[in-house]
Write a protein that binds this ligand. Structure first.
Ligand SMILES: *Cc1c(COP(=O)(O)O)cnc(C)c1O
Length: 387
């Protein structure tokens, strides 16, 4: 019964890389300019145009983007930044690395995003910012969040790792808060292997982030090696080594060109999952809210053990046996030992995130999937649970 239906393992979240990406990388190699340079600059300009903003700063990960966004807030020990209990550990780590204390909020089970009512309850005189995550690509309730931020004078960082194409009431994700941070990790909606981007409402703040991308050196230090003549550059801020090399940008330029095409393909896969799983005992993601655009980054189902007759972890195992790569996004943050020890977070204080983190499985939803691949995923689920 558990004989694999597929010969080949279906890798979870595999990117769709075209000939244009390969040719652009090859071009960088042939020109022997593989570090940060003109292609990173072009990717920044193209991404800024896509988001309808004046400027963007390319970095080597979304973690770097969010770290810089936090550092730019000049947080002091004792300052608090509120974030969600249902996210990747990077969202929490950057707050700690910037010297502040992370404060967690539970999620709204209807959206799986941070619950604005709970944000209000967690605000103290030390709260400086909100780091919100558009989980799976579904926008957070930004009207409520921005109203809270305005009322309490808080900065808002948007973790848009899942949310490149996301829109909320006509606004693009990352342009609503003070800074927007994007990921181009291998499994994300634009895949460069590693990479990220920062956009910011305030031009001075983005200029400072841009300096901190490369050691805190005065602007565009990479240009000191170019033909325009030697220039000295000065350390004007305490920065990091977070720049994006042209080899990565070469991939990103062409991934961005096809972002809509890939989104449409994922939308088709999403709709097929929703339709075909309707009679199953699995719980599909909530419907998409009106006046928003979902980025379809993750398609997650919930496995209620009683309803499905199988535990989540057992289902993960059975899918893997059938050569289908699946994921868990995520075990809730308070389940992680480091934070439990350091901050004393308890599962019972975040019931919705904990429960979701124990019930969820992410099915493959990459633009690389063929119709046959999707059929295999559904057939494997049906074989295990039999609805
Ligand atoms: C992937 C991810 C990140 C980190 O992105 P990197 O580019 O790998 O640093 C941060 N937050 C969320 C929600 C993510 O999914």
């Amino acid at each position: 019964m558990s004989k694999p239906r597929r010969k080949e393992f279906l890798v979870f979240g595999q990117p769709l890389i075209g000939d244009d990406e390969i040719a652009e990388v090859t071009d960088s190699m042939r020109q022997a300019w593989i570090g940060t340079g003109p292609k990173a600059q072009r990717f920044e300009a193209d991404f800024a145009a896509y988001k309808g903003v004046a400027q963007a700063a390319a970095v080597n990960s979304c973690t770097a983007a969010m770290h810089l966004a936090c550092v730019a807030l000049n947080l002091k020990p004792g300052d608090e930044v509120i974030t969600t209990a249902m996210t990747f550990c990077a969202s929490v780590n950057v707050i700690i690395h910037a010297g502040a204390t992370p404060v967690l909020c539970d999620i709204d089970p209807k959206t799986l995003n941070i619950d604005p009512e709970q944000i209000e309850a967690k605000i103290t005189p030390n709260t400086k910012a909100l780091l919100i995550v558009h989980y799976a690509g579904r926008p957070c309730d930004m009207n409520a969040i921005m109203a809270i931020a305005k009322c309490h004078n808080l900065k808002v960082i948007e973790d848009c790792a899942h949310a490149i194409e996301t829109e909320y009431h006509g606004k693009k994700a990352g342009t609503i808060g003070d800074t927007g941070c994007f990921s181009f990790y291998a499994t994300k909606n634009i895949a460069c292997g590693e990479g990220g981007m920062v956009i910011a409402k305030d031009a001075d703040s983005l200029a400072r982030i841009r300096r901190m991308v490369l050691h805190g050196l005065s602007a565009d230090a990479w240009a000191r090696y170019s033909a325009s003549g030697f220039k000295h550059h000065y350390v004007t801020d305490l920065g990091f080594k977070y720049n994006m090399p042209d080899l990565q940008a070469a991939i990103g330029i062409h991934q961005l060109k096809r972002v809509e095409e890939h989104w449409r393909r994922r939308e088709a896969v999403w709709n097929r999952y929703v339709t075909e799983l309707a009679p199953s005992p699995f719980i599909a993601p909530p419907p998409i809210e009106s006046n928003t655009r979902h980025a379809y980054h993750l398609f997650t189902i919930r496995i209620d053990e009683k309803r499905c007759g199988i535990a989540r972890d057992k289902l993960l195992e059975e899918m893997t046996k059938r050569n289908i790569g699946v994921g868990v996004h995520y075990l809730a943050i308070p389940e992680q030992p480091y934070y439990r020890e350091r901050y004393g977070w308890r599962a019972e204080d975040f019931p919705e995130a904990i429960r979701y983190g124990r019930e969820c499985i992410s099915l493959p939803i990459s633009p690389k999937l063929t119709d046959e691949d999707v059929t295999d995923v559904l057939a494997a689920l049906c074989d295990i649970v039999q609805w």
